[in-house]
Design a protein around this ligand. Structure first.
Ligand code: ADP
Length: 475
């Protein structure tokens, strides 16, 4: 693993050291993995300048050349899959089998955009008179800055950097201070694959506010892309207003997971396990409010309780582990506060409360959850299943939609008319029907309402990094 561990920011093709250092901790042991250097203001400015210089050269390259470089990056990531997965489990905590899955999923974005690089078509527009010819074509926006979270340390990076590079944009990335190691390893492999100097810079910092301000306020940065919490996203969006940057925001969710009485209940419980417990519940598309039609409530709770009991919580490097540690102590504390608040307001916990120590959180099933409880409104970001019973379709639709978020929603039904009705009525950017895992590099990922702006993945993900230029010629 050691050959892909780096401890300094990566700027203009070189590592950039500073004297101020901070520790990246393993959430499983709460011990330091490595001390990394914290970027200073000079370094941030150097990265922006390097990206600007690189952009001038990159925008003159052809799409096939960029596609070939991306394909080499993809191959290198796959070649180092095991090393990257182990690094991810160490700094992020997720079980190694999930980390391996994320490396493949993250690499999938690189491959997809290696292919899509060649498809940024423009238009020939039928003229409205005999003397003009109208066309439009697409050009890279310019320097892109991005800030990513800790829950998917590889996929959240590749799904921004790969389409940006495919479009011809250079990139300055600030990964989460909790998971900078995967981002640095990715940048090193991109460099090896042939990314030109300065096209992919990584700024490691604990001072997110300082880096965020310099990136969002820079006139040289033309596009800003963020994945993280809605609160921080709103702040960054406001900061981008002063330079009218193009923005993409992948923010929080509060996903409903609806089980109708005609559903295949075994499949619904299997789907719920994936949608709830992947990454220990630490995903923005995690099932957050589980609505179960009252006539099948007892059956669902029984099946769920049996399945959840079998889950093994432990160090992600242990083969038997299903749920790793939460990312840091405050995350566990927040989960426990939400559970305590819900129980104080009438929620019922199925089974015993188990305290595992460290950052480990045992799964919890709560029934009788109501909109009066904090857990109903906030992203739990932990292994807690909150169950709400409902009677009528119209009632559950109103409840599901009545939140300021609109990222992912899921429902289980075998009634084809109901499937159409519900998928059209849900006010969410993504809907899983009889499926709990929906993310895919070939499909547009994104939210409505306060869950964000723009789409990542799919052919849509490339357009986020392109400007359309209209050309009107008189002949
Ligand atoms: P989470 O709670 O999941 O860590 P955050 O939105 O706090 O979500 O963090 C996502 C990313 O945003 C991280 O890289 C973090 O460092 C960064 N971040 C947090 N606060 C700020 C801020 N004020 N300005 C810029 N970036 C920030």
């Amino acid at each position: 693993m050691s050959d892909l561990i780096f401890s300094d920011s990566f700027i203009n093709g070189e590592f950039y050291k500073t004297d101020t250092r901070f520790s990246v901790d393993d959430p499983a042991t709460e011990k330091s993995i490595i001390e990394v250097s914290d970027i200073d203001q000079t370094g941030v400015q150097q990265a922006i300048n390097a990206a600007h210089g690189a952009f001038i050269k990159l925008k003159a390259t052809n799409a096939t050349t960029r596609s070939n470089v991306l394909m080499r990056w993809f191959e290198l990531v796959i070649q180092h899959k095991q090393t990257l997965a182990e690094l991810m489990t160490k700094e992020q905590g997720k079980p190694l089998k999930e980390a391996l899955g994320e490396v493949e999923y993250g690499a999938g974005f690189i491959k997809w955009y290696a292919e899509q690089a060649k498809r940024s078509y423009g238009d020939v527009i039928p003229a409205t008179d005999d003397n003009h010819r109208l066309t439009s074509f697409k050009q890279p926006i310019g320097v892109v800055a991005g800030i990513t979270p800790w829950n998917f340390p590889i996929a959240m990076v590749t799904r921004k950097v790969a389409p940006a590079y495919a479009a011809g944009c250079s990139f300055v990335l600030k990964p989460s201070e909790h998971t900078p190691l995967c981002a640095l390893a990715l940048a090193y492999l991109a460099d090896q694959a042939g990314f030109e100097q300065g096209t992919f810079n990584v700024l490691v910092s604990e001072n997110a506010k300082m880096v965020g301000e310099l990136l969002t306020e820079s006139g040289a940065v033309r596009k800003f892309t963020f994945t993280g919490s809605t609160g921080v996203g709103k702040q960054l969006l406001a900061q981008c207003a002063s330079t009218i940057k193009r923005t993409s925001m992948e923010l929080g969710g509060n996903a409903p997971f609806i089980i109708f009485d005609n559903a295949d209940l075994d499949e619904a419980v299997t789907g719920l396990m994936g949608a709830k417990f992947r990454n220990g519940g630490q995903t923005c598309v995690a099932a957050n409010r589980i609505f179960v039609q009252r006539s099948v409530l007892d059956q669902v709770v029984d099946k769920l309780a049996k399945t959840v009991t079998a889950l093994k919580v432990g160090n992600g490097l242990d083969d038997a582990t299903d749920i790793g540690p939460l990312i840091y102590p405050e995350a566990k504390q927040k989960v426990q506060e939400l559970v305590t608040d819900a129980k104080a307001k009438g929620a019922v916990q199925i089974g015993d409360n188990v305290e595992l120590g460290g950052n480990y959180q045992a799964p919890v099933i709560l029934t009788d959850v109501t909109p009066e409880m904090d857990i109903y409104h906030q992203e739990v970001f932990g292994p807690v299943v909150s169950i709400i019973a409902f009677d009528e379709e119209a009632e559950v639709l109103a409840l599901a939609n009545n939140v300021p978020y609109g990222l992912a929603a899921y429902f289980y039904s075998q009634d084809i008319k109901q499937i159409y009705r519900i998928s059209e009525a849900l006010e969410f950017g993504m809907v899983g029907i009889n499926e709990g895992l929906i993310s895919n590099p070939v499909a547009p990922f994104g939210g409505v309402k306060q869950s964000g702006l723009g789409r990542e993945g799919g052919h849509q993900g490339l357009d986020e990094y392109l400007e359309e230029k209209y050309v009107c010629m008189k002949i």
